[in-house]
Ligand binder design. Structure first.
Ligand code: AVJ
Ligand code: FE
Length: 439
């Protein structure tokens, strides 16, 4: 059975790698050469850079390190090292053209199938339980989500399509109270959890209330209509300075017509603002101002994870709000099956036992926490994945979006970005301290 377990693991690895590659191809085959090499935003790489970078990381870790093979293209390592060139400078580099980049990722992948066949999936940490393969599948999916954000920024005819999100199944309003107490934060047994999710450790969390659902467009519009963007007292000093400098007046991709009606541009298609859809494309400073307006605050990262994982009945932390089973299409809006967040109440089966909905999928949720190492953190397998970002000007996001794949989304998964960023698929929900009569 040891042997059949290893074969099953190889099958899961192959499936994760293939799913990522299908998505990468889908995101790049629909655009012509000029669009693949163009810079659609200074915040983003040309898509052809992401494509070859995906192959280069796979070559570095799976072909060279795990496989111990000769390099495929050592000469291009520098070009695709994210730390060597800022995103805005990448279009000017002598990059592989789209045909060369496609050849390159294909050549690397062919070698990886051979490495996967021959590599033990036990022994040193890098290969144990297929970690390096899982890390590379997650890396490709993370870049696919970034490429999807580039698609959303691009101007022109729509090229992506997907079925509409499921309709609301139940009405979800109000808050859920999470009583004070300790819970286990971080990953212990998940073999593909990344270094920043480790180690699992006990955290005491004071009692708090958390919204049962993410903040919707309708709720956010009430803030806009109440002069939210014109009232400095609602914003932090840094937030207001940014609001002024960037000229923020509403979430990114919102547009008001002459008649006062609000629209949202979704992958090149204008749609009337959907009232019950979670707000998306807001920066952390906008979330902070909304929270002050609403008389509440963002949850800390520990509060978010406790709401998502702690099972009061068993006292255990689980993988997901619904339990330990993998996400499915009925549980969460993940994996780019849809091109936007689903209305609040669309995933009743994915709620936590206490009734907190849509923690996983739909929108990344800003938390109040900076990105820091857990006690006992060990950089693995490279400092540049997480460690170099600790203590920087970042805020943690949790839960994954409609554009996050399940291989790179779980109750312990940590994402981070600068508080001014809003091209990512980010929204938020609110929390608050308990009043004395609630404790
Ligand atoms: C974890 C999403 C912040 O995209 O910058 C991709 C993931 N790290 N390649 C990013 C990542 C290296 C990272 N985030
Ligand atoms: Fe990368």
């Amino acid at each position: 059975t040891d042997r059949s377990e290893t074969e099953a693991l190889r099958g899961r690895i192959a499936e994760a790698l293939e799913r990522a590659r299908r998505r990468t191809i889908g995101l790049t085959e629909c655009l012509d050469e000029a669009e693949l090499v163009a810079q659609h935003s200074r915040l983003m790489s040309p898509l052809v850079w992401d494509l070859a970078h995906i192959g280069n990381q796979e070559e570095l870790w799976l072909v060279r390190d795990v496989g111990g093979r000769e390099p495929v293209r050592q000469d291009i390592d520098q070009l695709y090292d994210a730390f060597k060139h800022a995103r805005a400078d990448r279009p000017a580099l002598p990059l592989l053209d789209p045909a060369q980049a496609r050849d390159y990722v294909g050549t690397v992948r062919d070698k990886v199938w051979d490495v996967l066949d021959r590599s033990p999936l036990h022994g040193r940490d890098l290969v144990r339980d297929g970690f390096a393969f899982g890390m590379i599948a997650q890396h490709e999916q993370q870049h696919d989500e970034t490429m999807l954000a580039t698609h959303q920024l691009r101007v022109g005819e729509a090229v992506l399509a997907a079925p509409p999100t499921p309709a609301r199944g139940v009405a979800v309003t109000g808050e859920v109270v999470v009583p004070a107490g300790e819970f286990t934060m971080g990953a212990d047994s998940d073999p593909w959890a990344l270094d920043n999710e480790r180690p699992a450790h006990p955290v005491h969390v004071d009692g708090f209330a958390i919204d049962a659902a993410p903040i919707t467009n309708e709720q956010y519009l009430a803030f806009v209509d109440d002069g939210g963007y014109e009232r400095p007292e609602l914003w932090s000093e840094r937030g207001w300075a940014h609001r002024m400098e960037a000229g923020l007046t509403a979430p990114q991709f919102w547009d008001q017509d002459g008649g006062g009606r609000w629209w949202r541009r979704v992958f090149g298609v204008m749609q009337p603002l959907r009232a019950q859809q979670p707000v998306v494309h807001v920066c952390w400073f906008e979330a902070e101002a909304y929270a002050r307006w609403a008389g509440k605050r963002l949850p800390t990262e520990a509060e978010w994870e406790k709401a998502a994982r702690f099972d009061p009945e068993s006292g255990r932390s689980r993988r997901f709000p619904w339990g330990d089973g993998d996400p499915t299409e009925a549980l969460a809006n993940l994996g780019q099956h849809h091109l936007e967040p689903a209305d609040v109440g669309a995933y009743p089966a994915g709620a936590s036992p206490a009734g907190v909905h849509q923690l996983i999928g739909d929108v990344w949720e800003w938390t109040s926490s900076g990105f820091e190492a857990y006690p006992g953190f060990r950089a693995f397998p490279y400092r540049e994945y997480s460690e170099v970002f600790f203590g920087g000007d970042y805020r943690v996001l949790r839960g994954g979006s409609f554009g996050a794949d399940q291989v790179a989304c779980r109750g312990t998964f940590r994402n981070w970005d600068h508080p001014i960023r809003r091209q990512i698929f980010a929204g938020f929900r609110l929390a608050r301290d308990l009043r004395s009569d609630e404790r």
